[in-house]
Design a protein around this ligand. Structure first.
Ligand code: 3HC
Length: 674
């Protein structure tokens, strides 16, 4: 079936695209739209045109898989210009998501009719590019510079209702009769002239609006090239003739699309989707029905985990050992929801609805009615084994038994039950109701349908799930370890905590290793004997420098938790440098990169070599969504490709690391990870 068809409805020509799954504007669709417009132009009995899409959505954008390949004419800007130049009114009938090039097609139309559930947006910035089919030109003219700046630099779609308020959508249609409503609208405006041609409109901007916007968003845009490019394009062209602006847009589009940041961000777009696929598990495998989830532990993790399910409308039974812990845990959950409501992100009805799905209890046996039970107690193998032994006796047949452990051996936990096939790791990241990553840990005996069920459920609770094999720390935390070890060594050799952290922040990480230690708690995993001091960390802990919560850690903190370098910490470090006789040298920023980030790449390569991750791109997804690795660097393995594997291997060897065989082989053959 052809990607675009036309049909007459009285005086109206209806052009319908059908290019599953999301009606991306690939060559066939563009050519079809061009032909449809030509047909309307050439037929004097056609009075107006409706452009609509079959399937779940209006055009979701340019076809990203065509990027980097030679363009097959007609290009999208040509098609959009042609739609706008049509002498008969063209009406876009929008449902689902009109995104990127799809939104630009709608902007090229003379009118837009949308169902209330539709969303419209310019997400190109999330792919490291800018709207390249007139979006930076038409949106400021139609909705104003400020709306255009907001939508094009942040990439979040707006609702059809909001779009109507901005003057982008002309009419809201009935949810069930979009095509008919659009045709009726087309009949109404068929004879109306002049046509509203967006590119001919003028845009105004208040003085100082661009700089104010830059300033307000400086933190958000830090490190990214595309947002600033978008601001510059709009700033330099909003009051110029359309053609001049369109040319500038094209130049910037080409510049960004050839750049590394865009390649990295497009890599992550596809990597995220690929991560949900498990090589030896068919997509259509029968999944288990999860109607109720049980969570053991109402601490920070257990509470956060529960909120994910409650927010998705799935009832949760949460179990604790004491009424006090239970009350505290549920109180925190309620407070979190109420804070979100205060920010206007959810309504108070939604708060009550979510909390209404929660059953707090001290009765462990209540877990017997759950289809998935997630254990979120503290990290102790004996405790976990005891819990899983109990679960084995009470959980219903076919229930999935999951552990939220961040390091421990899932096989050993599974062996404490008579049903290891039902056991899986579900490693959430803190705060669990916010962080997008879920590491799904596949035990040696985990059943395939258990994995498939958990992966599908992850999508339902809006997590990005990645499958990891059983190893200490799985993918993410395992790669964190060599970074921390080296950061500590660098301290002893002459670097300061602030220098090491600064290098990581400049690289684009939200924080460096010592800032992270202070946030998480320097005392995590500490032996708790203030008289046993064997390294800098022990010395800090002995003085109760446990991090932000104590107002002191590797840094000193004021009441607002602003950090400043600590003279006391430097004294302790100096003491230990002298005590251990560590030779001192001037540590350069480059050395910090080579000794803290390259070993992560090496560990990632080892993880792949051992088959603990399915693909390099899965490792990238873990680091982007679990640890805030800058998306414009595409994750550690993609980044390694951009640095070059050979220089990485050389530097690792120079610093005395044992290099993974896979990394070495790839470097020698001139191959990449992705
Ligand atoms: N091009 C090519 N493939 C696309 C695509 C696109 N624009 N958008 C989605 N797909 C593919 C996905 O890769 C996925 O493929 P798979 O099934 O093989 O993994 C499939 O379509 C379904 O996508 P999702 O799993 O993401 O489906 P959802 O229903 O969860 O989400 C969506 C739908 C909201 C449309 C989401 O896919 C999305 O955000 N897509 C990208 C939108 C976008 O970035 N558009 C701008 C493109 S750039 C552009 O238009 C440039 C222009 O200015 C010139």
């Amino acid at each position: 079936m052809s990607a675009v068809t036309t049909e007459r409805k009285g005086d109206i020509l209806v052009i319908t695209a059908n290019n599953p799954p999301v009606n991306a504007l690939g060559f066939d669709v563009r050519a079809g739209l061009e032909a449809g417009i030509k047909e309307a132009q050439g037929d004097s009995t056609v009075k107006a045109v409706v452009i609509r899409c079959d399937g779940r959505t209006f055009f979701a954008g340019a076809d990203i898989t065509e990027f980097g390949k030679p363009l097959q004419e007609p290009g999208l800007p040509t098609v959009v210009n042609m739609i706008e130049a049509c002498e008969k009114p063209v009406i876009a009938a929008v449902h689902g998501t009109a995104l990127g090039g799809g939104f630009e097609v709608a902007l090229g139309c003379h009118y837009r009719v949308a169902v209330p559930s539709a969303k419209l947006g310019l997400p190109e910035v999330k792919l490291g590019i800018l709207p390249g089919a007139g979006g930076t030109q038409r949106l400021p003219r139609l909705a104003g510079v400020e709306v255009a700046l907001e939508m094009a630099t942040k990439g979040s779609p707006i609702s059809a209702k909001q779009a109507k308020e901005y003057g982008i959508v002309d009419k809201l249609a009935d949810e069930d009769s979009l095509t008919d409503d659009a045709i009726a609208f087309a009949n109404d405006v068929a004879d109306k002239r002049p046509l509203p041609v967006t590119s001919q409109m003028t845009a105004n901007a208040e003085a100082g609006v661009f700089d104010a916007f830059r300033k307000a968003n400086a933190r958000k845009f830090r490190g990214f090239e595309a947002p600033e490019e978008i601001i510059q394009v709009i700033e330099s062209t909003y009051d110029k003739p359309f053609q001049e602006g369109a040319e500038r847009e094209r130049q910037s589009f080409m510049k960004l699309i050839m750049g590394t940041q865009s390649a990295a961000q497009r890599h992550i777009f596809f990597a995220e989707r690929k991560a949900s696929k498990i090589d030896d598990v068919p997509d259509d495998i029968q999944k288990r029905d999860i109607k109720r989830v049980g969570v053991i532990g109402a601490g920070t993790m257990g509470g956060g985990i529960s909120m994910n399910f409650l927010s998705a409308g799935i009832p949760v039974t949460i179990v604790e050992m004491s009424q006090e812990a239970l009350d505290r845990g549920t109180g925190v959950m309620r407070k979190n929801y109420e804070n979100t409501a205060k920010k206007g992100r959810i309504t108070s009805d939604q708060v009550e609805k979510a909390m209404g799905l929660l059953t707090p209890t001290l009765d462990f046996d209540a877990l017997g009615e759950c289809d998935l039970i997630i254990e979120a107690v503290y990290e102790n193998m004996d405790v976990k084994k005891e819990i899983f032994g109990r679960l084995d006796k009470l959980a219903k047949s076919g229930a999935i038994l999951a552990s939220n452990t961040s390091y421990l051996d899932i096989n050993e936990i599974a062996a404490s039950t008579s049903r290891p096939g039902d056991v899986v790791g579900m490693h959430f990241f803190s705060p669990a109701n916010v962080m997008k990553l879920l590491e799904v840990v596949r035990g040696d005996k985990t059943d395939k349908d258990v994995l498939a069920t958990v992966m599908a459920l992850a999508k339902k609770i809006r997590k990005v799930a990645v499958v990891a094999g059983v190893c200490h720390g799985f993918i993410g935390n395992r790669m964190l370890m060599p970074r921390q070890v080296e950061a500590n060594k660098l301290l002893m050799e002459g670097a300061t905590p602030s220098q090491i952290d600064k290098v990581h922040v400049e690289f684009g990480m939200p924080m460096g290793p010592f800032q992270m230690a202070d946030l998480a708690g320097v005392d995590i995993g500490w032996h708790r004997d203030p008289n046993r001091i064997e390294d800098v960390r022990d010395a800090l802990c002995a003085e109760e420098r446990w991090g932000q919560k104590k107002g002191a850690g590797f840094y000193d903190y004021d009441e607002k938790r602003n950090p400043s370098p600590s003279p006391r910490v430097m004294e302790i470090i100096d003491e230990w440098r002298a005590k251990t006789g560590t030779p001192q040298h001037e540590v350069s920023d480059q050395e910090i990169v080579e000794r803290t980030l390259y070993p992560m790449v090496n560990e990632g390569a080892l993880i792949l070599e051992e088959g603990k991750a399915q693909r390099a791109s899965d490792i990238d997804v873990v680091w982007i969504y679990g640890y805030g690795w800058p998306v414009y660097r595409g994750g550690p393995m993609f980044w390694a490709d951009t640095v070059g594997l050979k220089p990485i291997v050389d530097a690792l060897e120079k610093h005395g690391f044992t290099v993974s065989k896979l990394l070495k082989d790839k470097a020698e053959k001139g191959e990449k990870f992705n």
